[in-house]
Design a protein. Structure first.
Length: 501
């Protein structure tokens, strides 16, 4: 609610001429720059229809009531001028004329209508106001000090707002107990001018601030769009190197404004209309989770590397054992092959001999033509003496045949044992080939693992120290991570001058 402004200024004889000229606009040269002379015709007086002479009017009021015949002192206060007004918002909605009429009525009832010399309302300045001149007459004497005592002034500040409120005016008393002092008319107008100028300055600053805010909003939006584009590029680059990485983030639904968990993608900032600060928060969360993801991958790769290295060592030991066994078996095979060759030769010669003996045996089983039955006994066969030796040879040949069959059986068993050893040798050869394939596969796995370490190292996601901690000296040397001290020793062992590192 607007507050009433009611302040008083004491006027002596020397002040009356200037007050009259100002109140009644008797000059075109006003010290107050707020006066709009084109609107001066709107001004009016609630008592005087036309302009008056202030000295004459005031003197008439004094003379009509004064009891003493003595002259009025030259320094006496002849009139107390009240300025009644409020702020501009009040007058934008209030009936200004009724406000001034009701204010005039209050002073008229309290101090008498006969003591009011003028009640001039100005509408040609920044804020409407009324100059109310009261001649301080009491009990036939002129006394401003008695009429407007300190107690009277306090009563007016309390009673006037209440009086106006009862008549429908939305106005209230100023701050009670305020230490603000009353100003002169000139001081008040100077202050009003200063307030006006300050208001203009404030308005200019508001306009400038609005422009700056508009520029900041535009620049912030541009930065936000640029940051969203940076997020898209960064996210796609992350997926290119780590396609299985996922980020779950809490955002607010653009329709319900409720928090919800989503899987982030390259369009998340634009899809959820994120602010600059929200995108920064998204970057921080992505960095934190990706750091944990890389740490877990590094832990898994380290464990896999240890497992592969142990498996490789085990295979190497098995390969060495099998190679040693294979060399022994190869030596035995060569001996057996030599024995087999000898047995083959022997068998072939024996077979030839057996064939010959068989042929002889078969001939011996036939009745030779020279054997004749006895003439005396038909069951007795007669062999000539010269043929008996041949028959004895045939019998010996049969015995020899039996012995050869036994030898042939032993030889056949020996050949079977050699065949079984050949099968065992073939099994070992197959197992060796299988192990060689498995070793080659593990070597490829090891190469892939080393390449993974190198990629992490090249992306600055793995330090050289951490990388060397999981690689053997031979692997470090193969990929160019040979310790510097070892390089120095290698150079010193070479011919020619050495160079310090």
């Amino acid at each position: 609610m607007s507050k009433i402004v009611a302040r008083m200024e004491k006027m002596k004889r020397e002040n009356l001429s200037g007050i009259q000229q100002h109140n009644q606009r008797e000059t075109d040269h006003h010290s107050n720059k707020d006066i709009d002379v084109t609107r001066s015709y709107l001004n009016y007086d609630l008592i005087n229809t036309n302009g008056i002479n202030y000295r004459e009017k005031i003197q008439e009021i004094i003379d009509s009531q004064r009891v003493s015949k003595r002259a009025v002192r030259k320094d006496a206060v002849l009139v107390d001028e009240w300025i009644i007004t409020s702020d501009r918002p009040f007058f934008e909605s209030a009936d200004s004329k009724k406000f001034f009429q009701d204010s005039f009525a209050y002073f008229s009832e309290r101090y008498g209508n006969q003591n009011i010399a003028y009640a001039t309302v100005h509408l040609d300045e920044t804020t409407p106001h009324m100059h109310l001149g009261i001649v301080p007459m009491t009990e036939g004497r002129l006394s401003s000090k008695q009429v407007f005592s300190r107690q009277s002034l306090k009563e007016i500040q309390d009673e006037l707002p209440h009086f106006l409120q009862e008549r429908g005016h939305a106005i209230e008393r100023g701050i009670k107990g305020s230490e603000q002092k009353h100003l002169t008319v000139e001081e008040y107008k100077d202050n009003q001018q200063a307030i006006k100028e300050m208001g203009q300055v404030l308005q200019d600053q508001k306009n400038e601030l609005a422009l700056v805010e508009q520029q900041l909003t535009s620049e912030t939006q541009a930065f936000t769009n640029e940051l969203a584009q940076m997020w898209k590029i960064d996210w796609l680059a992350t997926l290119e190197h780590s396609p299985y990485f996922e980020l779950i983030y809490e955002v607010r639904n653009t329709i319900t404004n409720e928090p919800t968990q989503i899987y982030v993608n390259e369009h998340t900032p634009s899809d959820y209309r994120m602010t600059f600060q929200e995108i920064i928060g998204l970057f921080k969360e992505k960095f934190s989770q990706f750091k944990a993801y890389i740490a877990q991958k590094w832990q898994n790769l380290t464990a896999k590397g240890v497992e592969l290295e142990n498996t490789s060592n085990s295979i190497a030991e098995r390969e060495n054992s099998l190679e040693s066994k294979l060399r022994r078996l190869n030596a035995e095979v060569r001996v057996k092959e030599k024995q087999s060759s000898q047995l083959t030769t022997l068998i072939e010669s024996k077979i030839q001999y057996i064939d010959r003996l068989t042929e002889v045996s078969e001939l011996s089983m036939m009745t030779p033509s020279y054997v004749k039955p006895s003439k005396l006994n038909k069951e007795v066969w007669i062999v000539p003496k010269e043929k008996w030796e041949a028959k004895h040879v045939s019998a010996n040949a049969v015995n020899e045949l039996l012995k050869l069959k036994e030898t042939f059986s032993r030889t056949e068993n020996q050949i079977q044992r050699q065949a079984q050893e050949g099968i065992s040798n073939w099994t070992l050869q197959s197992e060796k080939t299988k192990l060689q394939y498995e070793n080659e596969f593990l070597k490829q796995e090891q190469i892939g693992l080393i390449n993974g370490y190198v990629d992490l190292y090249n992306q600055d996601k793995l330090s050289k120290k951490d990388m060397c901690s999981v690689l053997s000296d031979d692997l470090q040397q193969k990929i160019g991570l040979e310790p510097i001290q070892k390089k120095i020793e290698n150079h010193r062992n070479m011919d020619g001058p050495t160079m310090s590192f």
